[in-house]
Design a protein around this ligand. Structure first.
Ligand SMILES: Cc1cc2nc3c(=O)[nH]c(=O)nc-3n(C[C@H](O)[C@H](O)[C@H](O)COP(=O)(O)OP(=O)(O)OC[C@H]3O[C@@H](n4cnc5c(N)ncnc54)[C@H](O)[C@@H]3O)c2cc1C
Length: 509
């Protein structure tokens, strides 16, 4: 039995929702993954009379495709979609059977109108948190448009392919055989990248907003909900709805929720935002703000949106180490998300740069997967909390180097080592390893506001206790501001403050 009793009972309920018959076409050989795959599809077929299994030869073995009767939908799973991909399998079964994907009608129409051939392949790891969203988005496109196909490939089952393509970060999406995208990407962003996104002219035609929120992380979502609850015209422009929370594995300090996962919290945020009359314009990047009669916000795609007030909540991003090799080997051994990319370094030697909380958490996590972890910290002591340090030092496969300066990440096609200098002796040393995780904090996403509003030395927007900036009508919230601490609950609080501040401003102007 591949599925445990709990999963089976949940699955039984889902399979009752199947609308029409589906055919699983299986391509297997005699290896262990093939045996597990066959056991899985047979088990699925035994649980619903609407599912049948056919044996066939597909481009990849082991794999199986999910089809309606008489029509191949183009959704294939290469490797066994358990772990985080199990939900992708269940959704594929339901959608291929005829249950419509949960998408806005506008997006459905956009996808249906795409012409041309699009054959996507996504390399995943079954423990990757960001992968299922990408797999599910591409599967939905395949269901909706016969010109689009998608194969999910479990990197662990297709190791040779992963190595020959030099894939060191997942999800890695290929389109018609060429690398297309690395990392998490939403359906809207995929459409944008395929050249089928929302038109700039369509955006520019929108009526002016009362409050326009820039950024869709916890601060932006909270600001928009607070504004919309006042009954005023509210919009959100966000490059990636969810922000940093999407890259967070376990969240245990979002008060009133004992434990959750980043993508789950983002799904709840999105559902809460959608409960209100909020115009969400995702996959759109803000470029410039200008104050005329109203504020004008120019987007990267050229569209201009107007609003009586603006709340900036563009958050922060990983700080780069800025040494030779970092840019060259990004996604080829240089990584930033241990939860996403850690499994690709199984059995290998890696380094973590940074001895703060995120660096030490990453090192502890990675030590359970990789052969050996070297932590490099610039300061003479680690800055992480004592409990994390104790856990780290209890691990047998971790070395901590303090008071060292990283000088170069070396490699040929991918990373093969790291060069550092011992700061007290100035001796330069080199370690051979295959991966480097950079964990040295964050920088605020505010460069685009240069000359528009007042920021501090490190680029954070200076706000007062109402969330106002030095420009009347322009507010800011969350990690992009000079708030003392960067946390989800704090960002949400400051988003609420900025929205109430903006509402007060609107009453007076
Ligand atoms: C790995 C990791 C783990 C964490 N763990 C925790 C935890 O356990 N608990 C906790 O409380 N906090 C945690 N944090 C911190 C927390 O995630 C942040 O404090 C919080 O997400 C900040 O919210 P924000 O809305 O200010 O910014 P962000 O979450 O950074 O969101 C910014 C938003 O702005 C958008 N954006 C950026 N630039 C533009 C632009 N030019 N145009 C349009 N949109 C733009 C982004 O796409 C995004 O939608 C963690 C952070 C990381 C990275």
């Amino acid at each position: 039995m591949v599925l445990d009793a709990d999963i089976k009972s949940q699955l039984k309920q889902y399979l009752q929702l199947l609308e029409n018959d589906i055919v699983l076409k299986v391509s297997i050989s005699s290896d262990d993954t093939s045996k597990d795959m066959l056991a899985l599809v047979d088990e699925l077929a035994s649980m619903s009379t609407k599912i049948s299994v056919e044996h066939t030869q597909l481009p990849k073995t082991p794999s199986f495709s999910v089809n309606s009767v008489g029509e191949d939908t183009g959704i294939t799973f290469a490797g066994v979609p358990l772990g985080h991909e199990f939900t992708s399998l269940v959704l594929a079964l339901l959608q291929v059977s005829g249950r419509p994907p949960k998408l806005d009608q506008k997006l459905i129409d956009q996808i249906k109108h795409i012409s041309g051939e699009y054959h996507f392949e996504t390399y995943v790891s079954l423990s990757c948190n960001n992968c299922p969203d990408v797999v599910q988005a591409l599967n939905m496109m395949s269901v909706l448009n016969p010109n689009i196909t998608h194969t999910m490939i479990d990197g662990a089952a297709f190791k040779e392919e992963v190595e020959s393509k030099n894939i060191m970060a997942v999800p890695a999406v290929y389109l018609n055989g060429e690398f297309f995208n690395g990392g998490r990407i939403t359906l809207e962003e995929l459409l944008e990248k395929m050249g089928h996104g929302v038109d700039a002219s369509e955006l520019s035609e929108k009526e002016p907003f009362d409050v326009l929120v820039i950024g869709g992380g916890p601060a932006g979502a909270s600001a928009a909900i607070y504004a919309a609850r006042k009954g005023i015209r509210t919009g959100i422009v966000a490059e990636r709805f969810g922000g940093q929370v999407l890259d967070t594995m376990s969240i245990e300090n979002f008060i009133s929720v004992k434990r959750t996962e980043g993508p789950k919290l983002v799904a709840n945020l999105e559902a809460h935002v959608k409960d209100y009359d909020i115009d969400v314009m995702s996959s759109q990047r803000a470029k410039r703000i200008e104050k005329k009669d109203l504020f004008e916000l120019e987007l990267e795609n050229g569209a201009i949106l107007e609003s009586k007030s603006i709340i900036i909540s563009t958050g922060a991003r990983w700080r780069n180490i800025g040494v030779p090799g970092e840019q060259e080997f990004k996604n080829n051994g240089v990584a930033y998300c241990p939860h996403c990319d850690g499994p690709l370094f199984e059995g290998k030697d890696v380094a973590v740069i940074g001895g703060g909380n995120s660096g030490i958490e990453a090192a502890i996590d990675l030590a359970g997967i990789v052969k050996h972890v070297t932590v490099l910290e610039f300061a003479p002591e680690l800055k992480a909390d004592e409990v994390l340090q104790e856990r780290l030092y209890s691990l047998p496969n971790v070395t901590v180097l303090k008071n060292v300066q990283t000088q170069e990440i070396t490699g040929t096609d991918s990373v093969n080592g790291i060069t550092y200098m011992e700061r007290d002796t100035e001796e330069v040393k080199h370690i051979e390893l295959q991966g480097v995780f950079v964990q040295i904090g964050l920088v605020p996403n505010t460069e685009w506001l240069e000359g528009t509003i007042e920021r501090n030395r490190i680029g954070e927007i200076i706000v007062d206790k109402q969330g106002s900036t030095n420009v009347p009508g322009l507010f800011a919230a969350g990690d992009c501001t000079d708030s003392a601490y960067n946390q989800i609950i704090i960002s949400m609080g400051s988003g609420a403050t900025a929205a109430l501040g903006a509402f007060d401003y609107l009453i007076r102007h």
